[in-house]
Structures are given as structure tokens and as C-alpha cells.
Design a binder for this molecule. Structure first.
Ligand code: TYD
Ligand code: MG
Length: 457
């Protein structure tokens, strides 16, 4: 057999499963129609370079007590919302993937992180495969002052990038984006499954062997996953998603995986003319512009990680002219809305089956926590009955299939936030009442069922 041979293989674009023939369904992740053909060079002795190089580095086991640690090893970016999502700052030698739709602001966010770090006299290297140096500079001018310790590089060849990282020896490196990078020994095109995987493996090796923190930008496919194999998420230390409504100004940075901190933390930003600014009080931001005395509007409290956020839930219920009524949900789970409407119909005897219903989280926020159930149900009832819920009232609670209101966690934290935002009454699950302290300024109304809750409207 020849030493070097070009082979054709098929990769599942979802999970990276490799197969010698095309298949309709991936045997590993069971996704349909995800196989893509790629050519790979086998037998040249260079593929799988990552694994080889790792094993060449001779290493010995060390006792855990001998590993020396400084006081606080994390690098602070001075963007609190960003640091929080990372678990309190950048960990040395970490590989972090930032995914998001095109144009959402990934490059802007990372350039601002670089700006802050370089202004703190840290050496930072921003490598772009998408924009020219002039284009990056143009963006930088909008963002403000930069110091000399920020270095820019336009390069897509990973061998060159590794050289450059070695010579400039930065503390933090940004790769924008992984889909434009290529590793010479992998035959497939940049952006393909094999290439993205190999490139990430090279970056992982650099990060772990040098202690440099690397941020990778990854584009997101229509289905909402980082393009390339799902296993990319397994290779990196942390995965952050930058999301938000393209037409709304605010953006949310969400941690979905974090080896150095808790996941589900979010950072809230607003996109302005001069870049992204932090939103320190998201509740205030979400409730701004709330209509006064409108039926179908209810303020609910949801936990995003460790932070309670108040959102306004809007609902519109009207008689349908169609055989099958229209139901729409924006910012919450469509099936959950249908389920809650079925509960209201069966348990409260409300005639909703002939009604169109639209539910919307104002501000474009996306919330899937069951604790907003009570808010959604009350908004629907308020619109159906055309009665207004007192505007100084906020609600939270999960609804079960028999119409009961179930306890939720973090009740105390939610109530504190509701109180802070100037509400005077709170409707909450009766079962959560023993876990909260009574408040002087706020009336707490514990309810067992949706039936009890709607008496408040
Ligand atoms: P960008 O960071 O290029 O997005 P990504 O890297 O995720 O593709 O963000 C581009 C968008 O941000 C673009 O629509 C313009 C907007 N923007 C502002 O509104 N203000 C600014 O100061 C900057 C730099 C960008
Ligand atoms: Mg970009």
C-alpha cells in the first residue's frame, strides 16, 4: 500500500461520526441527512498530529499538593458581565468557544475584551481570518482608546499562527473565526468538519502547553449549533453563546458549558453606536416601556443562572375566524403555551379552543424556565377576560397538569428582585411561602392553584 493515500470519508456534521460510506441516518446521534463527504490524507504520518505531539511531550505525574497556585489566577477583563459568564474571569490556558449568529456582535465583544486587557498592559493577539487589518482598525476606532499591547494579525494558516503566538508570546489570543482557519495536513476545505476539528485540536494543544488563553469564534448553523461537529463543544473548556434578537438592541451572552464555573450564567449587553455596553440591571431594561393599564400584560420573575430577571409577558387572546385557531409564542416554548391553555380549558372551564392566542416576552428575551408558567397563564386569562392585573403585582410559579401551582426554587431571591423593582404585591406558590421572609413593603399572596391566582385579576 502506498505511504500516502487520499481517502474519501463521510462525517456526520452534527456529532463528527466518521464513516467510509454515506448513510441516511447517523448511527451515533441518530440525526438524518447529516453526512458530508470529505477527503482526508491518510498514512502521511502527519494526520492526527495533535495526538502524536501530545504523546511526544514527556510528562510525569505530580502530587496535587505540589501544584502551586497564586491568589487569584484569573484574568479580569473589567467587563463584569463577561467575567461572570466565564465564572469570574479568564482562566490561564483555557480554550473558550464563542458561538452566535452572524452579525450578532461576537467580533465586537472580543475586540472590546482585547481593548480592556491591553489597556491593563496585558499582551493580547487578535487573529482574524475574516477582516483586514484596516477593517479591524475601523471597528476599533468606534470602540475608543487602544493601547500598543494589542497586536493584530490577519492569518488563516494555523502553522503560521502557532509561529506568531510563539514569537509574540501573548497572554490572551482571539481566533476570529474557526471556520476560516486551516491546518495544512488536513486535506479538506476550511470550515469543513475535519478541518474545524483539526484546527481546534491544534489550538487546544497550544493553549494547554503554553498556558495562553484562547478564544475561538464559531459561526452558528440554522439549527442553532456551532457549525462543524458537535464534538467541538466537548474539546473546548467553555462554550458561550452570544444571542439576541437581531432587531432588538440587547444581547445575551449565555454559558452552556464551563469547566471553571457554573453554567447558565448570563451576561446582558446593549449594542450601541460605540460598541457593546453592559446592562447592570436587566430587569429595569426589560420592563422599560411597559404599557400602563393594558390587559394581557403580566410581569413574571425568571432565574437566569443565579440572577433573577423580571420580564413582561404579553398575551393577546381573541375569537378565531379559522377552523384551527392560531397559536403563536415568541420568547417562550410554543408547546408549553399550548399545554397551559389546555390546563386552563380543562381545569377552569375557559372556552379557549375557539380562540387565537399570541404570547410574547416583551423585549425579545427567551425564557424557558417553568417558573414563568403562572405569568403566561395569567396573561392569557387577563387578555381573555379583558381585565387588567394590578400593575404593582408580579408573579412566579410553575403550573402542573391538574392546575396546581407548584413550588419553585430561589423564591427568596426572586422576591428580593421584585421588591427592588418597586412592586407592591407578589403572587407566588403557597408551597414556597415557608422559604421566604415576610416583607414590610410587599404583600405576598400564596396560591395553591391557578383558580386562586386568577381571583387576583
Ligand atoms: P460583529 O461583531 O461584526 O458581529 P459578528 O462578529 O458576530 O458577526 O457585529 C456587527 C454588528 O454590530 C453590525 O450589525 C453593526 C453592529 N455594531 C454596532 O451597532 N455598533 C458598534 O459600535 C459596532 C462595532 C458594531
Ligand atoms: Mg465577526
Amino acid at each position: 500500500m502506498a505511504k500516502s493515500k487520499v481517502n474519501t470519508v463521510f462525517f456526520c456534521t452534527e456529532c463528527g461520526y466518521e464513516s467510509s460510506k454515506w448513510m441516511g441516518q447517523c448511527p451515533a446521534c441518530k440525526a438524518w441527512n447529516t453526512f458530508a463527504e470529505e477527503t482526508i490524507q491518510k498514512g502521511s504520518g502527519k494526520s492526527g498530529g495533535y495526538a502524536r505531539q501530545e504523546s511526544l511531550n514527556k510528562s510525569n505525574p505530580v502530587s496535587i499538593s505540589q501544584i502551586e497556585m497564586g491568589e487569584d489566577e484569573r484574568i479580569k477583563t473589567r467587563i463584569d458581565e463577561f467575567d461572570r459568564v466565564l465564572g469570574g474571569g479568564i482562566v490561564g490556558g483555557s480554550l473558550v468557544l464563542i458561538g452566535g449568529d452572524p452579525g450578532i456582535g461576537k467580533s465586537t465583544l472580543l475586540l472590546q475584551v482585547c481593548q480592556n486587557l491591553s489597556n491593563d498592559h496585558r499582551r493580547v493577539l487578535y487573529i482574524s481570518g475574516e477582516e483586514s487589518l484596516k477593517q479591524i482598525k475601523m471597528r476599533a476606532i468606534r470602540l475608543g482608546e487602544f493601547s500598543d499591547s494589542l497586536m493584530l494579525l490577519c492569518e488563516t494558516n494555523l502553522a503560521m499562527i502557532e509561529e506568531n503566538i510563539k514569537t509574540s508570546n501573548p497572554e490572551v489570543v482571539v481566533i476570529d473565526s474557526i471556520q476560516t482557519m486551516y491546518e495544512e495536513n488536513t486535506a479538506s476545505a476550511p470550515g469543513s468538519v475535519g478541518q474545524v476539528r483539526e484546527s481546534t485540536a491544534v489550538l487546544l494543544r497550544i493553549a494547554k502547553s503554553t498556558g495562553i488563553s484562547i478564544f475561538i469564534v464559531g459561526h452558528v448553523t440554522k439549527e442553532g449549533a456551532v457549525a462543524g461537529p458537535r464534538m467541538l463543544e466537548h474539546m473546548v473548556d467553555s462554550v458561550l453563546y452570544f444571542e439576541g434578537d437581531r432587531y432588538a438592541s440587547y444581547r445575551i451572552l449565555r454559558g452552556v458549558k464551563n469547566r471553571f464555573g457554573s453554567t447558565n450564567e448570563i451576561g446582558v449587553f446593549e449594542m450601541r453606536q460605540d460598541g457593546l455596553t453592559e446592562v447592570k440591571n436587566p430587569s429595569e431594561f426589560m420592563l422599560s416601556g411597559k404599557p400602563q393599564g393594558a390587559s394581557g400584560c403580566v410581569v413574571a420573575c425568571s432565574m437566569e443562572g443565579t440572577r433573577p430577571i423580571l420580564v413582561e409577558i404579553q398575551s393577546l387572546v381573541c375569537q378565531s375566524n379559522l377552523g384551527i385557531p392560531r397559536r403563536q409564542a415568541a420568547g417562550c416554548d410554543y408547546n408549553r403555551v399550548n399545554l397551559l391553555m389546555a390546563v386552563l380549558e380543562k381545569r377552569l372551564g375557559m372556552q379557549l379552543s375557539g380562540c387565537d392566542a399570541y404570547v410574547n416576552m416583551a423585549g425579545g428575551m427567551r425564557i424557558v424556565e417553568p417558573a414563568v408558567d403562572l405569568g403566561i397563564a395569567m396573561a392569557i386569562i387577563s387578555s381573555y377576560k379583558n381585565k387588567v392585573l394590578d400593575e404593582k403585582t408580579a408573579v412566579f410559579g410553575e403550573i402542573g397538569l391538574s392546575g396546581e401551582v407548584r413550588a419553585v426554587n430561589f423564591a427568596e431571591a426572586r422576591i428580593k428582585e421584585i421588591e427592588k423593582m418597586g412592586f407592591e404585591r407578589c403572587i407566588l406558590p403557597k408551597a414556597s411561602m415557608p422559604h421566604v421572609k415576610s416583607s414590610k413593603t410587599m404583600k405576598l399572596i400564596g396560591v395553591d392553584s391557578v383558580k386562586e391566582a386568577i381571583e387576583q385579576i
